[in-house]
Design a protein around this ligand. Structure first.
Ligand SMILES: [Zn+2]
Length: 252
């Protein structure tokens, strides 16, 4: 049988992203600042963007189109309905995200918002409002900004969606999730988030898109989604800048 050449949909997505690099999209506020600040061609080339085919649940990339959802999503449905991430969390993206989190590179926020704008387009289209995963006030004090909020704010402006920075409150200063096992992470953030009384009427019956920087085991997103659903949210989706490669690593 004669092989039929079909364009790989990932090529189109990659081309679109390459065009963004050459002709950086401009901010909606009319400023002429390009959204690819300080990103060298080399750094760009090493990033691994996630495109179809992927799991409709957790957004894990598939090698080839197989099922709607990965086995992990089917085996253990999560409190959040769907998750999308822009890039694989690896050396290249970790480097950028660490600069953003710890080296005051808040200028990267709009770049990340642009990535999520593409990667979570379907989730954004259905969302009623956007909320960031909160930091505990003590950590906010030492870091001076919540990285998730820095991304969520320009993203909500870009999509004309209501932005609720204080929908969730972190009531206990949980330890860092770094170096913990999946069950350790789950215990660490269990009950850590509550919906503020002020935000409650605004989230009731709404579909909420949670924003975070990195999706690792999903324990934090799960704890946030549970708190929002308990407070009456209709559904919770999640969008992150980067995620671990395999769905098996994403064990709630
Ligand atoms: Zn999945």
């Amino acid at each position: 049988m004669k092989p039929v050449w079909k364009p790989d949909p990932r090529i189109g997505a990659l081309l679109g992203r390459a065009l963004d690099l050459i002709f950086p999209p401009h901010a909606l506020d009319g400023a002429s600042t390009p959204q690819t600040p300080g990103l060298s061609a080399d750094a760009w080339g090493r990033l691994r963007f996630i495109a179809e085919p992927m799991c409709d649940g957790c957004g894990a990339p598939f090698e080839y189109a197989m099922a709607e959802r990965c086995t992990a999503c089917i085996a253990s449905p999560r409190a959040f309905a769907r998750a999308r991430s822009a890039v694989i969390y690896d050396d290249a993206s970790r480097d950028l995200i660490l600069q953003f989190k710890h080296a005051d590179r808040t200028d990267l926020a709009r770049l990340f918002a642009g990535w999520i704008n593409r990667a979570a387009d379907d989730l954004l289209a259905e969302a009623d409002l956007i909320a960031p995963v909160p930091l505990h006030p003590s950590r906010l004090l030492s870091r001076r900004y919540n990285q998730a909020a820095e991304i969520a704010r320009p993203l909500s402006r870009r999509r004309g969606l209501t932005y609720l920075p204080d929908a969730l409150r972190r009531r206990k200063a949980s330890e860092s999730q770094a170096g913990k096992s999946a069950s350790g992470r789950r215990r660490n953030v269990a009950g850590a988030f509550v919906v503020s009384d002020r935000a409650r009427p605004r989230i009731e019956g709404r579909r909420i898109l949670l924003i975070d920087d990195v999706l690792t085991t999903g324990a934090t997103a799960e704890a946030c989604a549970k708190a929002l659903l308990k407070a009456g949210a209709a559904a919770v989706d999640l969008a992150a800048v980067a995620r671990v490669r395999d769905a098996v690593e994403l064990t709630i």
